[in-house]
Ligand binder design. Structure first.
Ligand code: AMP
Ligand code: ZN
Length: 397
């Protein structure tokens, strides 16, 4: 048996722009990994394991890590980052990490990694942002929708989600309709010291349903196999979203269960692109009034290893995604609090959503992560409302 931390060089150099992306994927490589770090120059990987393992096991883990590195970094070309707005140099009245104060005030209560109950201050802040987002939705006359938290596996399969994001899926099941099995469960079910239920998976019904990873998919499914009205469809909804982020789950920055507000556009290409751009400009006004510190730049989705290079390159080339990255002064970094997305006719083709001329519809969405919005706000403005934007002082007095 050997020590629990070890280092090695990546099989190919990891370019600076991919370090964060590769490191976050290392969290999914092996259950025995407690922490995976790539050095800032991309020439060394350090793994910490949960317990000591044999040399053979170590090489097995290293081989899996190298698979990730090679698949994501070999021949990778740095995408040109396009910056649409840059207000990162606005001053902030606060520079500390809000987490300790949130804990001290009982504003957050962690139920499990990535799962938090939020208290009155965070809830009110989220409501405040929600009313801004509802104003934005109202400015497009977006129709309100309410979507379920669960989503059929068949839906996600139809839009290629299993291939693109298998690592972050969350599954939902239930007991089979069988009196003996339900009785046995009621009598014996208990959690062990790790919180694991002592019931084998084969005692559950086959999985037909997952926890939804996004809001807008539900709208696309309601429109499947239909011809759109000439003016297209503009909708808004807020919902619980689930993305399992393994070891990356930390603080309010990266949650397993979070809420997203979306404004969604379905119609002709120009309709979607123009509205996405209008939404960005309207949000720019709202952020300016607040003095929010952020930048909007081109981005890619966190596709899984095998799909990453191809899909990320495609997204960059066609400028399909822009992120609103808020400054976190306490760690001198930024956090994506929202995104402006264009999916071309991907959903139109896969779900047979047609324009009046019979061609596939285009889709796009503007998505805001509510917990992250509130967290980034507190990281920039702190807990003393007298330092907050004047437009908020009335509400929070
Ligand atoms: P996306 O569809 O990936 O652009 O996500 C839209 C927004 O949801 C992001 O900009 C974040 O604000 C939020 N979000 C995505 N993943 C998470 C997560 N794991 N935890 C908290 N918020 C998230
Ligand atoms: Zn969306």
């Amino acid at each position: 048996m050997n020590s629990i931390a070890f280092q090695f060089a990546p099989a190919v150099m990891i370019p600076a722009h991919l370090i964060g992306e590769v490191q976050s994927k290392l969290a999914y490589v092996d259950e025995r990994i407690a922490c995976a770090q790539i050095s800032p120059a991309g020439e060394q990987i350090t793994l910490e394991l949960k317990h000591a393992v044999s040399d053979a096991e170590k090489s097995q883990i290293e081989e899996k890590v190298q698979r990730v590195v090679v698949s994501m970094a070999q021949g990778a070309i740095r995408p040109k980052v396009q910056v649409l707005e840059d207000y990162l140099d606005r001053p902030t009245p606060f520079t500390a990490d809000p987490m300790p104060e949130l804990l001290r005030r009982g504003e957050i209560s962690q139920e499990a990694p990535g799962i938090y109950a939020l208290g009155p201050l965070l809830s009110r802040l989220i409501d405040w942002f929600e009313s801004r987002f509802l104003d934005l939705a109202g400015s497009f006359a977006a129709q309100p929708y309410r979507f379920p938290t669960l989503i059929p596996a068949r839906y996600l399969e139809r839009v290629g989600y299993f291939r693109a994001f298998p690592h972050s899926l969350s599954f939902a099941t239930h007991l089979p309709a069988d009196l003996d099995q339900i009785d046995a469960f009621a009598e014996k079910a208990a959690c062990d010291e790790h919180g694991n239920l002592n019931v084998p998976l084969q005692r559950f019904a086959p999985i037909q349903t997952l926890l939804s990873p996004a809001v807008c998919y539900h709208l696309y499914f309601t429109l499947a196999d239909q011809t759109l009205p000439p003016q297209g469809v503009t909708a808004t909804a807020v919902g619980n979203c689930f993305r399992y982020e393994s070891l990356n789950l930390q603080s309010l920055e990266r949650l397993w269960n979070f809420t997203m507000r979306e404004v969604i556009f379905v119609g002709a290409k120009e309709f979607v692109l123009e509205n996405r751009e209008r939404a960005r400009q309207r949000m720019q006004g709202i952020f300016e009034e607040m003095g929010f510190v952020y930048r909007v730049e081109s981005a890619t989705d966190p596709f899984f290893i095998g799909e990453f290079r191809k899909q990320a390159a495609f997204q960059s080339a066609f400028q399909l995604k822009y992120e609103i990255r808020a400054r976190l002064p306490f760690k001198e970094s930024t956090l994506a609090v929202g995104s402006y997305n264009y999916h071309q006719d991907f959903f139109g083709r896969h779900l047979n959503i047609r324009l009046p001329d019979g061609s596939p519809a285009h889709t796009g969405c503007v998505a805001f992560g509510l917990e992250r919005m509130a967290f980034a706000f507190l990281a920039q403005f702190g807990f003393d409302p007298s330092h907050w934007p004047s437009s908020m002082q009335e509400t929070f007095r």
